[in-house]
Design a protein around this ligand. Structure first.
Ligand SMILES: [Zn+2]
Length: 152
């Protein structure tokens, strides 16, 4: 790197605000714990005792990557419990019971290719309506035949 390029890069670094500066007003943000609300399948789910950075001046909040994963995990778990939905390992069990790949099952249910994979990994959660369909596949043997007959 030429010395002028080095100097330019150093000047850019110097202008960049510190990592804990509020992106809205530049004030240093402080760690905070509180309730966050997250949309899960269009429903607002309140997650208590979350950690995030809060700007005391303008009220802006920032959630770090680890805290964000934790927030999503807890929001999905709350949603699952609230609607009495099948847990991820049971969804995998139903699929494996019928020797379906994730892609084949997604196609039968007319879902996006990666949806089943996300449900099974706990990275997303099924709606109550989809949960009923999954239980039908598990408990009513004719369901799979019906879905195959009416496949898109
Ligand atoms: Zn601020």
């Amino acid at each position: 790197m030429t010395s002028s390029a080095y100097r330019r890069r150093e000047r850019r670094k110097a202008r960049r605000p510190p990592n804990d500066a509020c992106p809205t007003c530049g004030t240093i943000m402080r760690p905070h714990r509180g309730t966050r609300t997250l949309p899960v399948n269009g429903e607002a789910i309140r997650v208590r005792d979350c950690s995030y950075l809060l700007c005391q001046k303008c009220g802006e909040t920032l959630t770090g990557l680890d805290a964000a994963y934790d927030l999503f995990d807890r929001a999905f778990a709350l949603y699952r419990a609230k609607h009495h939905l099948l847990p991820p390992d049971e969804i995998r069990g139903i699929r494996e019971q019928h020797s379906l790949t994730q892609a084949a099952m997604a196609k039968l249910l007319r879902l996006g290719t990666n949806t089943i994979s996300r449900w099974e990994a706990g990275r997303n959660v099924q709606t109550a309506a989809m949960d009923v369909l999954l239980r039908l596949i598990r408990d009513v043997p004719e369901t799979l035949k019906f879905l195959r007959r009416h496949a898109a």
